[in-house]
Design a protein around this ligand. Structure first.
Ligand code: ADP
Ligand code: NI
Length: 214
């Protein structure tokens, strides 16, 4: 296999995400790439598949690239430039299709490689960085920071989750605080435990300040 493929993929995603300010920027992809590789090494997954799936996991995201989403055109056209077996391309596409959180329609990737990428993507939605991304995403989608009059919705399907006009504080209850229990690998679970605790303490501070008790 061409050893430049990882470097080329990094440059490819740099071009695609350079001007994203909604929580899916280039550095998100790079963090997922590094975290997925670290998890893969610990869990014994096939490294190159994990690295490529992590680097390409958001290039055909329905929110960012609705036209290429259905056939994952960007991921496939990038991978087709290299001497990669069709079945590896199909496996990477399968991972890309299954990593995303989609409320009650969320699925667990079949392969260990997919599980590593999903865990890495979810870890990046947690902790200090996850909090920053949630408010960046909320602001860029005209969502309120918090509104005590808007209740959070526990069970949303893929469409409801995507179109929800909920607040960013509600997003913690709708998604972020659920991620720790959903981790696939023990390696990720150990990391998510701390990030989960950090978010919970952030939320209690936020709500205490909101109520004026601090
Ligand atoms: P995934 O990486 O599973 O595809 P999304 O694309 O849904 O996840 O989310 C990307 C980032 O934006 C995450 O950090 C996520 O928490 C945040 N985000 C998604 N939906 C909302 C929302 N309704 N309010 C605030 N942040 C959100
Ligand atoms: Ni992502």
């Amino acid at each position: 296999m061409d050893s430049r493929i990882i470097d080329d993929a990094i440059e490819y995603v740099r071009g695609i995400f350079a001007h994203d300010y909604g929580g899916h920027d280039f550095f998100h992809t790079i963090r997922v790439f590094k975290m997925a590789a670290a998890i893969a090494k610990r869990e014994g997954a096939e490294l190159l598949t994990v690295q490529l799936a992590a680097l390409l996991h958001d290039v055909d995201d329905v929110k960012l690239s609705p036209k290429t989403h259905r056939n994952r055109e960007r991921a496939v056209s990038f991978l087709s430039r290299y001497d990669i077996p069709q079945e590896t391309i199909a496996e990477i596409c399968d991972i890309i299709d299954t990593v995303s959180f989609a409320g009650t329609d969320t699925v667990t990737p079949k392969s260990l490689e997919g599980k590593c990428v999903q865990d890495a993507d979810r870890l990046d939605a947690m902790g200090a960085i996850g909090i920053a991304r949630a408010f960046a995403y909320g602001g860029s989608h005209n969502r309120a920071i918090h509104d005590p009059g808007i209740p959070f919705q526990e069970e949303m399907n893929r469409e409801e989750y995507r179109n929800s006009l909920s607040t960013t504080i509600n997003h913690f209850y709708e998604k972020l605080l659920r991620l720790h229990a959903l981790m696939n690998t023990d390696t990720a679970k150990a990391i998510s435990k701390e990030r989960d605790a950090y978010m919970r303490s952030y939320l209690s501070e936020f709500l205490a300040e909101w109520e004026g008790v601090r």
